[in-house]
Write a protein of this length. Sequence first.
Length: 251
Amino acid sequence: MAFYDLNKQERLNVVAEISNNMLIELGTADLKNTIQYFSDEDTYIRKSAYLSLGKIYLAKPILRPKIISSLEKLLPSTDYKIRQTVINAAGEIGKTYFESVQHFFDRGLFDEHHSPRNAVIGSIKKMGEVNPVPVLGWARLYLQHEDKEIRREICHGIELRGRKYPGDILPLLQELQHDKTARVRNTLVHVIGQIAYKKGCIQTVVEHLKQWENKQLVTAALEEIIDVHDRYKDFAVLTQEQARQYIEDNF
């Protein structure tokens, strides 16, 4: 039976069982249950497992080395779901202790399967939102990587921090303004739009874009900002017309 076919109490019982079984296994060399949870076809079982492991890491400092070593044992798995869940678990830990799990993202960025790579993007988002200094510092190392997909994934990953604090990521985005790959530039324009529609953000974004040299990309970004204010009109502070007028008055 799928996780969300269960009622609320049954789901709570399943989560408690997952957490307890993984906690027991951390005291042994046997990761049988953990492997089962990390490879489960039900995404919510896998999610319950990596969330539980993140909570154990925070609550029980004595087990932290064992948790890291267990994740390191699972990362080379041939099952992409296990690798994906390892990255997500590292992401939970990295929201507080990024330096302890940085090496998982250094490897996950280059995974042959898109699911672990997407887990890296998701983890950068959730870690960068609450632990920005080390996460953004790490992300910057890959902004000029020779692989266009790495550059694109990093650009996408830092977006969430920018939705509240656009000034934190705009200098990083600026480094991509002359990227020769259309897919990277399109992601860059998309991210600029995404960080411009919340309260106080359009002012920061527009002011920063004045410093950029690639005027063609800046024009595309300004058009995206105006368009986003229509697509997200239920969440945007300004109407589309107000956003257009602000740009005309200030750029």
